[in-house]
Design a protein around this ligand. Structure first.
Ligand SMILES: Nc1nc2c(c(=O)[nH]1)N[C@@H](CN(C=O)c1ccc(C(=O)N[C@@H](CCC(=O)O)C(=O)O)cc1)CN2
Length: 296
C-alpha cells in the first residue's frame, strides 16, 4: 500500500497561523512586537529567494522584519560590527545570518558572535551544548520542523529505532539529539557507514539529510517506517531542472508508512520554525510564558 504523504506545506501554514495568533496576543497584552533580523552576504540566488521569503513570512505573522543585504566582499570586521549592533538592539529578538557565507568569511566565528539568546538558528556553540545536555536551547529550525511532523504523525516516539543519515551541524547532529531526547534509540549514519542499507532498514524513523539526490531507495526502507526527507537537490532530468530529495520517493512511497515529499515536505517547515523560534526568543527575553507546541 502507498504511504501517507506528510504535507509540510499545510503543516507549515498551521505553524505560521499559531505564531500569528501568539504575536497578536503579545502586542495586545504586552505591547511587544517580535523582531527578526536576517543578514545576507553576497548574491547566491537560492539564498536570495530564502531571505526574501523569510521577510515576507515574518511580516505576514505580524513581526518586524529587518533585512541587511551586504556586498559579497564585505569584510569580517564589518559583518561582526553589524552583529554587535543587532545584539544590542532591543527591538531585535532574533538574528539569522544566511548560510552559506562567501568563502573569505569564517562561518563559525560569525555565528558565535551572535547573542545565544537571539540565535534563532540554534547554531551558536552555546545552543549546541544546551541541546546536547538536555537544557533549554534555541533549536535549529529544520530539525525542529522534522520533530513537529514526527510527533504529529506518531504521537510518542519513545523506544523507536531512529536512523539519521547525515552528520551536518545544521541538520544531522541536532536531529539526532532531538530524537534522543524523545527516548528513541538513535543511530547517526553517513555516506561511509558500512552496510548502510541494513542500518536504514532497521529504522522505524528514517531521516535522510545527506545531500545526495535519491540516494536511499525503497528497498532500504523498513515496511511501515516513517521517512523524513530533508534533502533538497536540484537535478536535470529529461532536459528539465527538477527538485528531488535524498530518498527515491517513487520506490520508498510503496514501502513506508508515511513519507515527506520533496518539494513540499520538510522545506516549508524551516521558515515556519524560524518564526516560532523568534517568538520564543521574544518571550524568553521578556520573561513571558513560551508558546506551547512551538518548541522542542
Ligand atoms: N542560516 C541558515 N541558512 C540556511 C538554512 C537555515 O536554516 N539557516 N537552511 C537552508 C536554506 N533555507 C533556509 O534558510 C531553506 C531551504 C528550503 C526551504 C524550502 O521551503 N524549500 C522548498 C523548495 C524551495 C525551492 O523550490 O527551492 C521545499 O522543500 O518544498 C526553505 C528554507 C540553507 N541555509
Amino acid at each position: 500500500m502507498s504511504a501517507k504523504r506528510i504535507d509540510g506545506k499545510a503543516f507549515a501554514a498551521d505553524v505560521r497561523a499559531q505564531v500569528a495568533t501568539h504575536v497578536a496576543r503579545l502586542k495586545e497584552e504586552s505591547g511587544l512586537t517580535p523582531g527578526l533580523a536576517v543578514v545576507l552576504v553576497g548574491e547566491d540566488p537560492a539564498s536570495q529567494v530564502y531571505v526574501k521569503n523569510k521577510g515576507i513570512q515574518t511580516r505576514e505573522v505580524g513581526m518586524n522584519s529587518f533585512e541587511h543585504k551586504l556586498d559579497a566582499a564585505t569584510s569580517e570586521a564589518d559583518l561582526l560590527a553589524l552583529i554587535a549592533r543587532l545584539n544590542a538592539d532591543p527591538t531585535v529578538h532574533g538574528i539569522l545570518v544566511q548560510l552559506p557565507l562567501p568563502g573569505h568569511l569564517d562561518s563559525d566565528l560569525v555565528i558565535n558572535a551572535i547573542d545565544p539568546a537571539k540565535d534563532v538558528d540554534g547554531f551558536h556553540i552555546s545552543n549546541v551544548g544546551l541541546l546536547g545536555t538536555g537544557q533549554k536551547a534555541m533549536v535549529p529550525c529544520t530539525p525542529l520542523g522534522c520533530l513537529m511532523m514526527l510527533r504529529d504523525h506518531l504521537g510518542s516516539l519513545s523506544g523507536l529505532d531512529a536512523v539519521v543519515v547525515g552528520r551536518s551541524n545544521i541538520v544531522g547532529k541536532p536531529m539526532a539529539q532531538l530524537l534522543l531526547a524523545e527516548s528513541c534509540t538513535v543511530t547517526i549514519a553517513h555516506s561511509r557507514t558500512k552496510n548502510l542499507a541494513e542500518v536504514c532498514k532497521r529504522a522505524d524513523i528514517l531521516v535522510a539529510a545527506v545531500g545526495r539526490p535519491e540516494m536511499i531507495p525503497g528497498d532500504w526502507v523498513k515496511p511501515g517506517a516513517t521517512v523524513i526527507d530533508v534533502g533538497i537537490n536540484r537535478i536535470e532530468r529529461d532536459g528539465k531542472m527538477k527538485l528531488v530529495g535524498d530518498v527515491d520517493f517513487a520506490s520508498a512511497v510503496e514501502v513506508a508508512g508515511a513519507i515527506t515529499p520533496v518539494p513540499g515536505g520538510v522545506g516549508p517547515m524551516t521558515i515556519a520554525c524560524l518564526l516560532a523560534n523568534t517568538l520564543t526568543a521574544c518571550c524568553r527575553a521578556h520573561g513571558l510564558a513560551e508558546p506551547e507546541g512551538l518548541t522542542a
